[in-house]
Design a binder for this molecule. Structure first.
Ligand SMILES: N[C@@H](CCC(=O)N[C@@H](CS)C(=O)NCC(=O)O)C(=O)O
Length: 113
């Protein structure tokens, strides 16, 4: 597998953490979406990271979707969220994660909501 994106991105980091937790070997392409935009565009027209290229060449985008795919890949036992046995838990975790990401952005921008 190939993980595209720099570790200064929290979205790239969460995928890297999952790959390491699952002990899935991967190559890292620390491409900037700005400086290496054309390289990134070869894998996703969104020019956004993370991108995970699977061994069969399939290209995954969106960190939550990538984590879902990794959970499916490793199976229920080691999966961070025990899937597919607990779809409700998975949905709850996705909601918490979305709220946490939003809260982090609000905090970073110092705005009141
Ligand atoms: N919802 C996306 C967010 C990814 C994201 O915003 N990545 C940033 C880097 S931290 C990026 O590629 N920004 C460039 C752009 O959106 O044009 C995910 O979870 O993967």
């Amino acid at each position: 597998m190939i993980l595209i994106g720099q570790y200064d991105s929290p979205f790239v980091r969460r995928v890297a953490v999952a790959l390491r937790e699952y002990r899935l070997p991967y190559e890292h392409r620390p491409w900037s979406v700005w400086a290496q935009s054309e390289e990134v565009a070869k894998f996703t027209p969104l020019r956004r990271v993370p991108v995970l290229v699977l061994d069969d060449g399939e290209t995954l985008v969106e960190s939550a979707a990538i984590l879902d795919a990794l959970d499916d890949l490793v199976g229920a036992e080691p999966a961070l969220l025990e899937t597919p046995a607990y779809p409700a838990l998975r949905a709850h975790a996705a909601r918490c994660e979305a709220m946490a990401s939003f809260a982090a952005v609000v905090q970073a921008l110092h705005v009141d909501v």
